[in-house]
Write a protein that binds this ligand. Structure first.
Ligand SMILES: C[S@@+](CC[C@H](N)C(=O)[O-])C[C@H]1O[C@@H](n2cnc3c(N)ncnc32)[C@H](O)[C@@H]1O
Length: 237
């Protein structure tokens, strides 16, 4: 009880505007290469709700898991026979972190949407835990894979509008011959992972993908992320 209270306070503190400003100064001075924005534009693109629901309907999926639900803006609107939502703070159906959930879970899912803690290390764990509980012919989707600027992906977080460095986990999976990985150009970038042979293997070996630099993404994002439009995604599922 006390632990939960302290955790909530710490999360609130980490996201307070003064703490975000301090981290912004830190990034500005030590890491920003002043590349500016990529100029990504998500207006007129499909929403994550449309994409996920259309996939569920087309594939006749019966089971949906959402990691990170917040205020259920998405979770409440997904139409699927069985829905499980995991979030340590709010929303969904299970009040746990994704790690706690996967440790005890005994259920498989057709569609898993990863949208919890947007930091590379946690996202990677969420992906590999999800793969263990994915039905054959299932799909893993991830939110926030296409940051538009250095600050939108910098960790520690330094601004309210933030995607985190989810993109690094996608680049790592793109190098895995047993995973077929794409990024749909919609709603801040929807990562797509199939458990099947990689159809467009990336040859970008790194000892530690958490050390990828934003300028690598800035100049090579189309290739690194295997970016596709919604229409193409619906053809390959
Ligand atoms: C961006 S919000 C999710 C938004 C929601 N999926 C949607 O589409 O509207 C991220 C959520 O992840 C939750 N979260 C943070 N760390 C988590 C973890 N380790 N496991 C699961 N959820 C986590 C936060 O509490 C927050 O509610």
């Amino acid at each position: 009880m006390i632990e939960k209270f302290v955790k909530k306070k710490l999360i609130r503190l980490a996201n307070s505007s003064n703490v975000l400003k301090l981290w912004y100064m830190y990034h500005y001075i030590f890491h920003d290469k002043k590349l500016g924005n990529l100029g990504l534009d998500f207006t007129n693109k499909k929403s994550r709700l449309e994409i996920i629901q259309n996939i569920i309907d087309k594939k006749n999926y019966k089971t949906y898991l959402e990691i990170g639900c917040f205020d259920d803006e998405l979770f409440n609107h997904i139409n699927c026979e069985r829905k499980v939502g995991v979030d340590p703070v709010s929303g969904g159906t299970i009040r746990e972190t994704s790690d706690q959930f996967f440790k005890k879970n005994g259920e498989n899912f057709d569609c898993i949407f990863i949208d919890g803690l947007h930091e590379y290390g946690q996202v990677k764990k969420d992906i590999f835990n999800s793969l263990n509980f994915l039905n054959n012919n299932g799909i893993i989707l991830l939110h926030d894979c296409m940051p538009d600027s250095y600050y939108a992906q910098a960790t520690p977080r330094c601004q309210w509008e933030w995607n985190g460095d989810v993109w690094k986990a996608i680049v790592e999976c793109r190098n895995n011959k047993d995973l077929d990985v794409y990024t749909c150009y919609a709603d801040y970038g929807i990562g797509v992972i199939f458990k099947r042979p990689n159809r467009n293997l990336l040859d970008y070996p790194k000892k530690n993908y958490s050390k990828l630099k934003f300028n690598e993404y800035f100049y090579n994002h189309k290739k690194l992320m295997n970016i596709i439009e919604y229409e193409e995604l619906m053809k390959i599922i």
